[in-house]
Design a protein around this ligand. Structure first.
Ligand code: IPE
Ligand code: IPE
Ligand code: MG
Length: 239
């Protein structure tokens, strides 16, 4: 690769944070911020091809977010249902393939049915691969994977001697996805909050103070473009 060649991240993951503070700054309830946040999603998904981003993974609801008030959780779940109902057609027409990661067991049936349908509906698309992390936690995902792996060993279908990193990766929710190259978190918090722990082992991180409902395509483009000047070493020494 020559020095002049532009390097674009194939897979960008985003921790969409700051909806509550955005609403608070306007004297509005937290759900007002979540509504504004959802509106940003389409803009970011649509601009991915402009920056060579093939995979976009967004953190919508964590396994820890159940600790919020019942009203906020219910409001968010309603918002997710409405997002799928309203955006399905546009996603299909825009060539977006949608997948969901996270544990569906705690989600309500209606929402899970909508998620399943959207995955099926868009299964033939290949322009942008959008993965939505819903009731997702990195530790929970690895734990569920380990449990299924242990079951395979117990059933005699797998030997413990054959278990390596690739085997475990194959049991994760993300088994069909490449690892993220770049993880962005909005709202100024510099932590990963249980997001893609295994998969981000060698990801570059970018923390921006912009609150998610203000995060626009230009902000995304700026961060993605600056990724090109980073030198990723993967533990090796680059001459
Ligand atoms: C992120 O915004 C959205 C979810 C976690 C669902 P927050 O709701 O965490 O917003 P802040 O961090 O309180 O501002
Ligand atoms: C992470 O944000 C989860 C999502 C963006 C869905 P949080 O706001 O829940 O994370 P903490 O509580 O600040 O670590
Ligand atoms: Mg937050």
């Amino acid at each position: 690769m020559t020095k002049m060649e532009k390097i674009e991240p194939n897979h960008v993951a985003i921790i969409m944070d700051g909806n509550g503070r955005w609403a608070q700054q306007r004297g509005k309830p937290r759900l007002f911020g979540h509504h504004a946040g959802v509106k940003r999603v389409r803009e970011i998904v649509e601009c991915c091809p402009d920056y060579g981003v093939k995979y976009l993974t967004i953190f919508a609801f964590s396994t820890e977010n159940w600790k919020r008030t019942q009203a906020e959780v219910a409001g968010l779940m309603r918002l997710f249902r409405r997002y799928i109902e309203r955006e399905a057609r546009a996603l299909l027409e825009d060539g977006v393939r949608v997948r969901f990661i996270g544990d569906r067991i705690k989600l309500d049936e209606k929402l899970v049915a909508l998620m399943d349908n959207l995955e099926l509906l868009t299964a033939g698309n290949d322009k942008v691969h959008l993965t939505i992390a819903l009731n997702y936690g990195g530790r929970d995902e690895v734990t569920r994977a380990a449990k299924r792996l242990a079951y395979e060993v117990e059933q005699g279908r797998l030997s413990h001697n054959d278990v390596d990193a690739e085997t475990l990766s194959g049991f994760l929710d993300t088994h069909v996805l490449p690892d993220p190259d770049l993880v962005i978190r909005t709202s100024g918090e510099a932590r990963i909050s249980n997001f893609l722990l295994w998969q981000s082992a060698y990801a570059e991180y970018e923390f921006t103070p912009i609150l998610w409902p203000d995060f626009c395509a230009d902000d995304f483009g700026e961060i993605v473009s600056s990724y090109g000047s980073r030198e990723r070493r993967f533990g090796a020494v680059i001459a």
